[in-house]
Design a protein around this ligand. Structure first.
Ligand SMILES: Cc1cc2nc3c(=O)[nH]c(=O)nc-3n(C[C@H](O)[C@H](O)[C@H](O)COP(=O)(O)OP(=O)(O)OC[C@H]3O[C@@H](n4cnc5c(N)ncnc54)[C@H](O)[C@@H]3O)c2cc1C
Length: 401
């Protein structure tokens, strides 16, 4: 009933502050981007250019890129630590985490020529891979049914795919040079399994916009620079296809454990921020002639959120260790993502309630981060879909979808 039951391999799971220099370095950068910086961006729904530049220049966004392509070549856990510390500092990595989400697909399935073409420039920040186009308006979580169609056109000047379709909720597309796009290359009625016939294309948004691709901002309750993308007759050179044609869904699935682990790390960072912020406020705020934190009704939700945080952190560390050891980690990556998103939400609720009316005042940052953590129960994957995975793959229950 557990993904470790058939292995006797001992796992090396670091506890405490692993990667202390990275944590310290991130905290130093984040100290230059206080709440007022994020409040202003939130108000204007603007992109944190200066923050992303600072992280890029310090090399933190390219830690997963191998050294031979200009990155630091560190394991996934290092990326987790970076994102956790960013969020624990009250900053937001939503503007720039996509290259970490998608990096595995490019590293594992991209050709040597593609890696040479893109990775060094992603590493030095001159090329931004910050958009990932999967979700579609009519098919949502049912990814294999997506309708964006790419047809191979043979052309003496160079073969290309002609792409037509629509994507929705695509974050940062207006602030990215490249977008990793999942499309259907073989119609669904011509494949044996619904997971076949999908392919991954790297779209150069700089050339694509105005040439068959249009991006429209889609305002949401969080500042993720989310967009809708309309594609009509876009030409994508065949050399921009990652891996084999028709195997794209498999490639995206391969990357999902890393994505779950990274997303969980961000939410654990926010859980820490909420727990610390709530505890500080509960110690200092005096009502009825005593600190509000002296009341059990105030301290219990904060303490409970902390216990949940400790448990989620442990599962996350286990998932990261399994990932690093090349062992199956789907169950733990999914559970870590679920627990972390719920821990952050419970911690956010405790923090908001602890602040009373001040929790609603933007200058305290609580309401902004409270909105942010709510997203994690829906994106990049919703809680029900995680539980469906556990039900089917761990508990052997019939597939529900
Ligand atoms: C701020 C934000 C940023 C995003 N950024 C990106 C991005 O950059 N790129 C990208 O591709 N996508 C992005 N998304 C989209 C996100 O991945 C989807 O919203 C998410 O996968 C859910 O899809 P959906 O919204 O179509 O919901 P639906 O699939 O319509 O689901 C709606 C509800 O029904 C439930 N549900 C559906 N089917 C089942 C089932 N079989 N069993 C049980 N429950 C079910 C779901 O859990 C969910 O609660 C973003 C979304 C948000 C909100």
């Amino acid at each position: 009933m557990n993904n470790l039951q058939n292995t006797d391999q001992a796992l090396d799971i670091p506890l405490g502050n692993d990667y202390p220099e990275i944590r310290e370095g991130i905290r130093r950068i984040c100290a230059n981007f206080p709440g007022s910086y994020w409040q202003d961006l939130d108000e204007r729904r603007a992109y944190p250019d200066a923050f992303v530049k600072a992280l890029t220049e310090a090399g933190y966004l390219s830690v997963l890129i191998p050294e031979e392509y200009g990155g630091a070549g560190l394991p996934l856990r290092a990326a987790s630590v970076i994102l956790e510390e960013i969020h624990a500092s009250g900053c937001n990595a939503g503007a720039c985490h996509a290259q970490m989400y998608t990096m595995g697909t490019l590293l594992r399935h991209g050709s040597e020529e593609q890696k040479q073409r893109w990775l060094p420039r992603i590493a030095d920040g001159s090329l931004r891979l910050q958009a990932f186009g999967i979700t579609e308006p009519t098919t949502g979580s049912d990814t294999t049914q997506l309708k964006t169609r790419a047809e191979l056109v043979q052309d003496p000047a160079g073969d290309y795919y002609r792409v037509t379709g629509q994507k929705v909720f695509i974050s940062r597309a207006l602030h990215s040079d490249l977008m990793m796009l999942l499309v259907r290359t073989t119609p669904a009625d011509q494949v044996e399994k619904k997971t076949q016939g999908l392919s991954v294309l790297m779209v150069d948004l700089r050339e694509a916009r105005g040439n068959g691709l249009e991006i429209r901002p889609l305002r949401t309750m969080v500042n993720h620079n989310t967009t809708e993308i309309f594609i009509d007759g876009l030409k994508v050179p065949v050399e921009n296809r990652i891996g084999e044609e028709g195997r794209g869904f498999r490639y995206i699935l391969d990357g999902m454990n890393a994505e779950r682990i990274i997303a969980a790390s961000e939410m654990l960072g926010y859980a820490r921020w909420f727990i610390e912020t709530a505890s500080n406020y509960a110690r200092e705020r005096r009502v009825f002639n005593r600190p509000i934190g002296q009341n059990q009704g105030v301290q219990v939700p904060i303490a409970r959120a902390y216990t949940e945080y400790v448990a989620a952190d442990m599962v996350l560390r286990k998932a990261s260790a399994l990932f690093a050891a090349g062992l199956p980690c789907g169950e733990d990556a999914n559970i870590a993502k679920l627990l972390a998103s719920e821990t952050a939400w419970h911690a956010g609720e405790a923090c908001l309630q602890t602040h009373g009316g001040f929790g609603f005042a933007s200058e305290y940052d609580v309401e902004r981060i409270w909105r942010e953590v709510r997203v994690a129960q829906v994106a990049p994957v919703s809680t029900n879909l995680i539980l469906a995975h556990v039900a089917e793959h761990t508990l052997g229950l019939p597939r529900s979808y």
